[in-house]
Design a binder for this molecule. Structure first.
Ligand code: PNS
Length: 162
């Protein structure tokens, strides 16, 4: 059975993330979306909220599930019987950091492979940070997020303003 882990902050999940999940789900028996639970990193949504938002978006992909994790990603991957880590690459600027992480993770556990998937060109400019910035500044961010979570994100941003 082939199991892949797709790790990230997902604060919140974007259309770009969901596209990677969809394509990953067609390649592996199971994809585990691993939400980083790092209390030192300031996030708009709590780890539990980020997991719930992703759950709303993956109902069409029965071989995907979402969990949160802390500690080393390679330990999470091993614990769940996976041996592939999926990463999305939007641009060359992503590559340097992702390459370093992939090399590091290979040193930590040589059995784990990192699979880079090229982000769909329609979403290559989208990041969670950019979505939050547009939303905070009152712009229309509806096309950057899966429709299932737009209202949740809108409400969270409005709550933060009031
Ligand atoms: O969406 P992000 O913020 O780019 O995701 C980064 C993430 C969660 C994949 C990365 O920070 C991570 O794997 N953290 C877990 C801790 C770890 O294993 N660190 C060593 C490899 S950098």
């Amino acid at each position: 059975m082939s199991i892949a882990v797709y790790p990230g902050s997902f604060d919140p999940i974007t259309c770009g993330h969901l596209d990677i999940i969809k394509r990953g789900s067609a390649m592996f028996d199971e994809v585990i979306i691993a939400v980083l639970n790092n209390s030192s990193k300031k996030t708009l949504f709590s780890p539990q909220e980020r997991v719930q938002l992703i759950e709303k978006c993956i109902r069409d992909y029965p071989n995907c599930r979402v969990l949160y994790f802390d500690g080393l990603m390679v330990d999470f991957v091993k614990k769940h019987g996976a041996n592939v880590v999926i990463k999305g690459l939007r641009a060359i600027s992503d590559f340097e950091y992702e390459f370093q992480m992939a090399q590091l993770n290979k040193q930590l556990d040589p059995d784990i492979e990192t699979l880079f998937m090229v982000t769909n060109v329609n979403y290559s400019y989208i990041s969670s940070s950019i979505v939050k910035e547009v939303a905070n500044l009152g712009g229309d961010f509806s096309k950057f997020l899966p429709k299932e979570i737009y209202e949740d994100v809108k409400q969270k941003i409005e709550k933060g303003r009031s």
